[in-house]
Ligand binder design. Structure first.
Ligand code: XUL
Ligand code: CO
Length: 436
């Protein structure tokens, strides 16, 4: 049974269209830098916000109308929801989706029952994937909602909780593999601390590393060859999450010898909560070969929490696409809308408006970034700025064949460093505006 009967497939109608249920910029088959927009952007709909979000906030109950949902935690309701979700994703024209185990299937009274529920729903997910052609970008496990995870999962002080979390991730990886998922995500949930007086930080980090190594080992056992992704977030729900930002995550992965197995899934609102820009987090991961995928959303500059809004800012998406094009793409990762409609946007059609806006914003960002790259003016300024390292003493510094003593001799002879030149920040900001 179809739910969105009054909404037809969302089509590209071009920038002049006045139809809000059409793409103005996302034209899936349009080729940019030798690849279609579909291939560049690899859009994904997230199941948790889009199909499990209620619009509840700390001050009030849910507001969102989801007429297909009977409000029960039954497998039957979960299966019905899968059908609606795939109808939505198909009409939207997003090639991917992603999920947490507990978003798609209800938690049972025991692990065995939860696994059984998940299998029953996954059967229908597979059927719907095959029917619609929508693919799984990534799966993950929810290791934060149930009260057992109050102290964390892999970093819990309770070894039984660690074991439970391991069993849950084992199953989530197996289901992800069965559904042809091309990535598997670890987001810390409650892996962090609220208070250092009761925390053995060293032991908790060691445990988290053990946990991730077990996941890597299990991937080998089941033949899962997808990419593991670690998702930084500085705080919420804990005061300090161990996966604070890209730098903290990469330090952890390096320290525990996980760099060959795990890349990062960078989320905009998490970057800004950490006091960084999204572009900073993307470039920082990318230069280390560790940018795997992105969770596309945005925060509100006037609110200090993870509001997970849909991205509509063209500067933001252009910056994302500059970083992504700069490393030759994201695949097997993608652009996942880890974003939710506002609780005031309570009608089902708002889900379409939200995703269309995000997809159009990224399509524009892609076109702007490609234009900046084609023109080459920005890259030329950056290249020129470092030209003193292309020859003479600079090239010897980069090659590593000079010592402090050599450099002292060089400057004593020369007397003063070459005069500096302007950073031209304002000129470059104006230049970017010419493409936007
Ligand atoms: C939480 C968050 C998660 C991860 C997946 O802020 O972003 O939904 O993306 O667990
Ligand atoms: Co996320």
């Amino acid at each position: 049974m179809a739910f969105f009967t009054d909404i037809s497939k969302i089509e590209y109608e071009g920038p002049g269209s006045k139809n809000p249920l059409s793409f103005k910029h996302y034209n899936a088959d349009e080729v940019v830098e030798g690849k279609t927009m579909r291939e560049h952007l690899r859009f994904s709909v997230c199941y948790w916000h889009t199909f499990r979000g209620t619009g509840a906030d700390p001050f009030g109950a849910g507001t969102l109308q989801r007429p297909w949902d009977d409000g029960t935690e039954s497998v039957e309701n979960a299966i019905n929801r899968v059908r609606v979700a795939f109808e939505f994703i198909e009409k939207l024209g997003a090639p991917f989706y992603c999920f947490h185990d507990r978003d798609v299937a209800p938690e049972g009274a025991s692990l065995a029952e939860s696994n059984k529920n998940l299998d029953a729903v996954a059967d229908v997910m597979l059927e719907e994937q095959q029917r619609s052609g929508v693919q799984l970008l990534w799966g993950t496990a929810n290791l934060f909602s149930h009260p057992r995870f109050m102290h964390g999962a892999a970093t819990s002080c309770n070894a039984d909780v660690f074991a439970y979390a391991a069993a849950q991730v084992k199953k989530a990886m197996e289901v992800t593999h069965r559904l042809g998922g091309v990535n598997y995500v670890f987001w810390g949930g409650r892996e962090g601390y609220m208070n250092l007086y009761n925390t053995d930080m060293k032991r908790e980090l060691d445990h988290l590393a053990k946990f991730m190594h077990m996941a890597v080992d299990h991937a080998r056992v089941i033949g899962f060859t997808g990419q593991f992704l670690f998702e930084p977030k500085p705080k919420e729900p804990t005061k300090h999450q161990y996966d604070f930002d890209a730098a903290a995550c990469l330090n952890f992965l390096r320290q525990y010898d996980l760099m060959d197995h795990v890349k990062l899934n960078i989320e905009t609102n998490h970057a800004t909560l950490a006091g960084h820009t999204m572009m900073h987090e993307l470039i920082y991961s990318s230069i280390q070969g560790a940018l795997g995928s992105i969770d596309a959303n945005t925060g509100d500059l006037l609110l200090g929490w993870d509001t997970d809004q849909f991205p509509t800012d063209i500067y933001l998406t252009a910056q994302c696409m500059l970083a992504i094009l700069g490393q030759g793409g994201l695949a097997p990762g993608g652009v996942n809308f880890d974003a939710k409609v506002r609780r005031e946007s309570f009608e089902p059609v708002d889900l379409f408006h939200a995703h269309i806006g995000g997809m159009d914003a990224f399509a524009r960002g892609l076109k702007i970034a490609a234009a900046i790259r084609a023109d080459g003016a920005l890259a030329e300024v950056v290249k020129n700025r470092y030209r003193s390292y292309d020859e003479g003493i600079g090239s010897r510094i980069e090659a590593g064949d000079v010592s402090f003593a050599d450099l002292e001799g060089y400057i004593l002879e020369k007397g003063e460093a070459q005069p500096n030149e302007s950073g031209r920040q304002e000129m470059l900001e104006n230049l970017i505006n010419q493409y936007v």
